[in-house]
Design a protein around this ligand. Structure first.
Ligand code: PEP
Ligand code: MN
Length: 263
């Protein structure tokens, strides 16, 4: 169902006046994690002022260590809703199981299934039974075939509102957090009618690489970007090294707008 054979024309996903998969590049931005009311509202205002289209913020964090900050959970979801009401920005947040999916449903516009859960088939099916837009990230070591099959799990349950996100894959290289597979963008767009976006933050783990990789993704036909930005990256509880400073997000969007038609 996700293939080009099943549907020839591109799927365009509309959310509160923004279309993803049509003309232009949608910019989703915000902190890795919701950390406090002040942090999130500040970040949301900065994303809005920079010209971003969607606010990101994790309330349930799938951390490598069980001792790392795990997210504010429902409190974080409430803050995302408040930030959205204030700025008008739609929101995206990650869910990590069926419980967090149920909770997030009423608070955010887009539900993210992260790289680590790309093959959590029960979660995929549960997401397919909702009416929400699902942002499906590519797994850490997933082939394109496996990634598309995971999208198929969602769509086969009746939900076709899926955005695919390339976020880098694990290779032998250690200088970057992952290896951004940019060729996946035009390739997946050939194989599937679904929108494809790129996460240059988790792909590289390095803020200095985020702007060049964002521009490369846009040049390669990506329908959007999801980038981490923190009001004060050095104080971030999570992923500060790859988070843009607010001014850098302004610069990125200015460069993108020069390059691409406005959405
Ligand atoms: C995230 O977007 O915060 C995240 C954890 O991403 P990924 O699943 O791509 O690692
Ligand atoms: Mn992160």
């Amino acid at each position: 169902m996700v293939s080009r054979e099943a549907r020839e024309e591109n799927t365009v996903i509309n959310i509160r006046g923004i279309s993803i998969g049509g003309e232009g590049v949608v910019v989703m931005a915000g902190p890795c994690a919701v950390e406090s009311r002040e942090q999130l509202l500040t970040a949301a205002r900065q994303v809005k002022a920079a010209g971003g289209h969607v606010l990101r913020g994790g309330a349930f964090k799938p951390r490598t260590s069980p001792y790392s900050f795990q997210g504010m959970e429902e409190e974080g979801l409430k803050l995302l809703k408040e930030a959205s009401e204030e700025t008008g920005l739609p929101t995206v947040t990650e869910v990590i199981d069926e419980h967090s999916l149920q909770l997030a449903h009423d608070y955010v516009d887009i539900i993210q299934i992260g790289a680590r859960n790309m093959q959590n088939f029960r979660l995929l099916r549960a997401a397919g039974q909702t009416d929400k837009i699902i942002l499906l990230k590519r797994g850490l070591s997933a082939t394109i075939e496996e990634w598309l099959m995971s999208a198929e799990y969602i769509m086969s349950e009746g939900n076709g509102k899926i955005i695919l996100c390339e976020r880098g894959i694990r290779t032998f290289e250690t200088y970057t957090r992952n290896t951004l597979d940019l060729s996946a963008v035009p390739l997946v767009k050939r194989l599937s009618h679904l929108p494809v976006i790129v996460d240059p933050s988790h792909a590289t783990g390095d803020r200095q690489l985020v702007v060049p990789m964002s521009l490369a993704a846009a040049a390669g036909g990506a329908d959007g970007l999801i980038v981490e930005m923190h009001p004060e990256p050095s104080k971030a509880l999570c992923d500060g090294a790859q988070s843009l400073h607010p001014g850098e997000l302004v610069g990125l969007i200015a460069k993108l707008t020069k390059m691409m038609p406005a959405i």
